[in-house]
Design a binder for this molecule. Sequence first.
Ligand code: NAD
Length: 359
Amino acid sequence: SGWENQVKASAKIRSRNGHSVLVTGAAGFVGAHASLALKRRGDGVVGLDNFNSYYDISLKKSRKSQLLDRAGVFVVDGDINDAVLLRKLFGIVHFTHVLHLAAQAGVRYAMVNPNSYIKSNVDGFVNLLEVAKSTNPQPAIVWASSSSVYGLNTKVPFSEKDRTDQPASLYAATKKAGEEIAHTYNHIYGLSITGLRFFTVYGPWGRPDMAYFFFTKDILKRRPISIFEGAQHTTVARDFTYIDDIVKGCLSALDTAKKSTGSGGKKKGEAQFRIINLGNTSPVSVNKLVSILEKLLKVKAKKKVVLMPRNGDVPFTHANISLARKELGYRPTTDLETGLKKFVKWYLDYYGTKKKSAF
Ligand code: NAD
């Protein structure tokens, strides 16, 4: 059928590495950038996304039409919970790798729709692992965990050996559950699996539910913005990591992934299991974030200081990236001001020409 042919064409490999990658969450922020980077270097890429309405669907559709369609990446409109669809895809293409980025993201939305986190981050992930483990040969899996697993841990910088038994949000709990589940699939079925703990990813085509994004919108609209402070008015800070650095880390994780050792569900020796931080190792306070945005937008923000509610946000994140350096040769190169400059340029361009209402 036409659909199958589009999948096959998109999976066509031009590089010598022979990679053919299924990217889940391909219409998402990280997924679109990663799919594009993979395609540009010649990997075969097929995307999968359910285009859900957690945030502006038109932004997801624009990432697809403006970034992916143009590059020749086909995105299947479907859900990771659809086992029939996944089996069909694995039947059409022999995927050597899966870059699994589909998830219910964001911490606050769990107070509105808790089940969406279980459905995508736990059930959907298991469903994908089930299909991967019974594919022969099995693909290597790289997926997005999150810095949120460090939860209420206060020892900084966060390193992979630190405790992750105090999640502060349901989002964090499902990401942590994903790590435990992935470990068992590695242990029992010989799947090669790498979990990447992303730290606050930002950049062009980013997510409208994240602070840097809605601050930009509100500052431009001359609306007041809420600056949260932790208990006892401690600073809230994030280890903001630029999208291109995260994408490089993802590609390197795919390139250094060992082959799965099981086949068709039968265990054959040890396979690789890794959990690695991908951050920037330089946390920036929310106040500093706002002052950079004020400078770039040439508009003074109307700041309203609020004590941080217990909505799942943690006060501070800071990555130790020595493992990423060693395992992946990962070296983030973009500082927050440089990265935000690129974000703001994209924002003004995208909303300025497409949706005048953003101003
Ligand atoms: P995103 O929401 O932009 O992308 C996720 C995409 O997955 C969306 O396009 C969504 O439509 C799709 N999706 C969700 N559930 C699905 C399902 N059941 N089936 C098929 N598609 C589904 O988020 P993002 O910022 O690109 O995040 C990518 C991954 O990185 C996620 O796993 C997220 O939890 C993780 N992460 C992101 C950050 C960050 O700061 N952006 C930080 C830590 C971890």
